[in-house]
Design a protein around this ligand. Sequence first.
Ligand code: SF4
Length: 379
Amino acid sequence: MRERVGIYVHIPFCLSKCAYCAFASWPCLRPPSLYPAAILAQARQMAALPWSRDRVFSTLFIGGGTPTIYPAATLKPLLSGLREIFNFVPAPEITIESNPNTLSLDLLQSLRQAGVNRLSIGIQSFNDDLLKGVGRSHTRQEALQALAWAGKAEFTNVNIDLIYGLPGQSMQSFAADLTLALEFAPAHLALYQLTLEEGTVLARAMADQQLHLPEEDQVIEMELAAQATLGRAGYEHYEVANFCRPGRQCRHNLNYWQNGSYLGLGAAAVSCLSGLRISNVASPGRYQRQLNSGQAPYAEVEALGRAASFRETVIMGLRRCQGVKIAELKQRFALTPQGYYQEILDELVVDGLLLIDQERMALSQRGLALANQVLHRLV
Ligand code: SF4
């Protein structure tokens, strides 16, 4: 059977730049009209690789940035072009990321017709003051409207992104966000802890002592309370930040967490082709120019060695609540976590952050709440 892999498409444009955002995204009111054609040009280049010809694509994820900054008239041909260029399974999972104030009922209905069957909405909070505090460009009302339209457009697989640990956010305020999100019975919820990334407006405000974040204990309390609420509501906690109704895991992301192969199209996108990592140039203008002149838009091509691939597989796999299977790692890399990491693992176990038995290694509940710090020690 041919290996099933995914395709990620990066649309790096947003209406404005959020204060915490360190992603490859550029604010603009009108995204460049020729960028989608450049994506299709790269798609044709990559589809011609022998690697692609031997594979079948089971997921397509249009992420950003804010892909829905483009109108249906642009997104529909992009989707149909990708489906013509690549060999997809009969019912691929096709996700698009969005922000509430770029959605309309018309756009959502068009996306459904174009085959998009999973909608991810970056709501982050339903509290207007908190949204404003981190420079989000939408309001609570727009978020509620977007969710209502998603239902009307018959999206049955909707993900809601929420953030906790926002400046000025209380336990009660986060609990209220979660309760309201659950009223829409989304198939999937992603709960992200706010992190201060270098170079962002929030990181600068922190350095200037102008930022008041909830205490770390309070943030962990928010996370543990959310896990309990979602558990009671029937959601499975399957990855550090991700919860779903039974059977509604994001298939595209599961492939990343298993350190599987994928193609990345668009500026700043990364591909991983059986251990060969290819990073595209980050600048959208340069990306377009290189493709217009017939060149591959690569910034870096790197072959990952056995040890690096092993580490990545462990780190990505530990993001899943079920953790990693030790026998599978041994079979794939001829390495075991105990042999490779030695005393680091003992320290994590003693600190109550990691659980290991003969078969598996997984983060404990506290380890999941502190996942970024724990996984950093295994890099
Ligand atoms: S909408 Fe997302 S990608 Fe765009 S600026 Fe905000 S956080 Fe960054």
